[in-house]
Design a protein around this ligand. Structure first.
Ligand SMILES: CC(C)(COP(=O)(O)OP(=O)(O)OC[C@H]1O[C@@H](n2cnc3c(N)ncnc32)[C@H](O)[C@@H]1OP(=O)(O)O)[C@@H](O)C(=O)NCCC(=O)NCCS
Length: 163
C-alpha cells in the first residue's frame, strides 16, 4: 500500500476530524479528552497559513492520516518555530504511512524557511518517539505527570528538530 501524500483542502476536514477523534477516544497520544466538532476543526484548519502545512495521506480515495506544522506560539519571536501533530487511522498504522507523512511535512517545513519543529509526546508512546528519532528529532526533556487521562498520570517528552 503506497498512500498518496498531498496538501489538505477544506473538504478533507471531516476526515481529519474523524481520525483525530479516534485518537482522542482511544489513545493518550493527545491530551484532548472530548471529541472535536467538524466546525471547530474548520477553524483550526483556517489557522494554518502558508508556513503551517497540513498534509493528508490518501488510500483508495480516502484520507487515512494527517500531519500538521502548527504555530507554536502567537508571540512573534516564535515565528520560525512550529509544533508537529501526526495521526494515522488505527487500521492503517504500522504500514509506513506515518513515515511518509513525516518525510513530506519536514520537506515542506524546510522549504517554508522554518527553523525549529517541536513535538510533545506522551510517556509510553514509544512508537512515536522511535519515529521522531528516525527523522533527527532530539530529546529536549520530560515534563513529569503533567497529564491525567483514562485515570493515569502521564509524562510528556519534548523533542525538537532543527533545520
Ligand atoms: C505514531 C504514529 C503516527 C506512527 O505512524 P505509523 O504509520 O503507524 O508508523 P510507520 O508505519 O510509518 O512506522 C514508523 C516506525 O515505527 C514502527 N512502528 C509502527 N507501529 C509499530 C508497532 N505497532 N509496534 C512496533 N513498531 C511500530 C515501524 O516499524 C517504523 O519503524 P522502523 O522504520 O524502524 O521499522 C501512529 O501509530 C499513530 O497515529 N498513533 C496514534 C497517534 C499518535 O501517537 N500520534 C503521535 C503523537 S506525538
Amino acid at each position: 500500500m503506497i498512500p498518496e501524500i498531498r496538501k489538505a483542502v477544506p473538504l478533507d476536514v471531516p476526515a481529519i476530524t474523524e481520525i483525530y477523534n479516534e485518537a482522542i477516544l482511544t489513545t493518550t497520544a493527545t491530551f484532548d479528552i472530548k471529541p472535536k466538532t467538524v466546525a471547530s476543526q474548520r477553524n483550526w484548519f483556517k489557522d494554518h497559513g502558508k508556513r503551517n502545512p497540513v498534509l493528508v495521506a490518501v488510500v483508495d480515495g480516502k484520507v487515512v492520516g494527517w500531519v500538521s506544522l502548527s504555530e507554536y506560539s502567537a508571540r512573534c519571536a516564535y515565528a520560525d518555530t512550529v509544533e508537529l501533530s501526526l495521526y494515522i487511522k488505527e487500521v492503517f498504522r504500522n504500514q509506513g504511512v506515518g513515515k511518509r507523512l513525516m518525510t513530506a511535512v519536514l520537506a515542506e517545513g524546510q522549504k517554508a524557511g522554518l527553523h525549529s519543529v517541536i513535538s510533545r509526546i506522551a510517556g509510553g508512546n514509544d512508537i512515536s518517539i522511535h519515529l521522531h528519532k528516525q527523522f533527527g528529532f532530539q530529546d529536549v526533556g520530560m515534563m513529569k505527570e503533567v497529564g491525567n487521562k483514562f485515570g493515569k498520570l502521564l509524562d510528556v517528552y519534548i523533542m525538537q528538530k532543527m533545520f
